[in-house]
Design a protein around this ligand. Structure first.
Ligand SMILES: C[S@@+](CC[C@H](N)C(=O)[O-])C[C@H]1O[C@@H](n2cnc3c(N)ncnc32)[C@H](O)[C@@H]1O
Length: 208
């Protein structure tokens, strides 16, 4: 469904996320809400990184473990919610989260946890749906409200889940408001970059 709904664009966005991080030897990275490990596999292509997927869904991670073998990369898998991370204070160099913060019941708590587990100078990167450019909005709204729930109904037999997806995207803060949330959580050097005209956005921030 992700491939179908986004015309495969989500893969391009995840590659942009992975490319936006520099590697140094011994880097420890955690991909929160990592699901089946799409982002983690991209990060783990650099063997100097130790990469963990953290997600509350054992089923998603089990599906990801099979793909890990196919991709011939090594990833650690650990069950946990973004609001209560199973990692020690100041132990991680890089925290990423793609299309996951919207699912957290308490996004503020999730950001506070990211600050807690990152080492001073460590980076946080979030890829999330955001607000598209004004000229794209009418097409985007039509596609979101009329096409996606119907696709979800026909292909996944879950149109209500895909209506929820569209609603949750609208509820999530826009580019500027999310940057303000990151600053309020204690990050510095907050910046963002729109991708695909703002349909999605990459926010990055540093733990002081
Ligand atoms: C839309 S999927 C994104 C998966 C993956 N990051 C990707 O982009 O392919 C959302 C993921 O968030 C996870 N999730 C739901 N609630 C969460 C929470 N409170 N903390 C962390 N992850 C959560 C789900 O289990 C699911 O794997």
């Amino acid at each position: 469904m992700n491939d179908l709904m986004s015309f495969g664009l989500h893969r391009h966005w995840k590659r942009l996320l992975a490319r936006s991080v520099a590697t140094e030897a011994g880097t420890v990275a955690v991909d929160l809400a990592g699901g089946t490990g799409d982002v983690a596999r991209l990060l783990a292509r650099d063997p100097r990184r130790r990469v963990w997927v953290c997600d509350p869904s054992e089923a998603m991670m089990a599906a990801g473990r099979c793909r890990e073998r196919d991709a011939a990369v090594r990833i650690g898998w650990i069950a946990g919610e973004a609001e209560a991370l199973p990692f020690a204070d100041a132990s991680i160099d890089l925290v990423t989260i793609a299309f996951g913060l919207r699912n957290a019941t308490r996004p503020d708590a999730a950001l506070a946890e990211a600050v807690r587990v990152l080492k001073p100078g460590g980076r946080f990167i979030c890829l999330e749906f955001s607000r598209p450019s004004f000229w794209l909005k009418p097409f985007y709204d039509f596609y979101s409200w009329f096409v996606i729930p119907r696709l979800g109904g026909v292909v996944a037999r879950q149109s209500s889940a895909y209506r929820y997806l569209v609603e949750s995207i609208r509820r999530f803060p826009d580019q500027r408001a999310f940057a303000t949330m990151l600053t309020a959580a204690g990050f510095r050097d907050v910046a963002w970059r729109n991708v695909s005209f703002g349909i999605a956005c990459l926010h990055s921030a540093v733990r002081p």
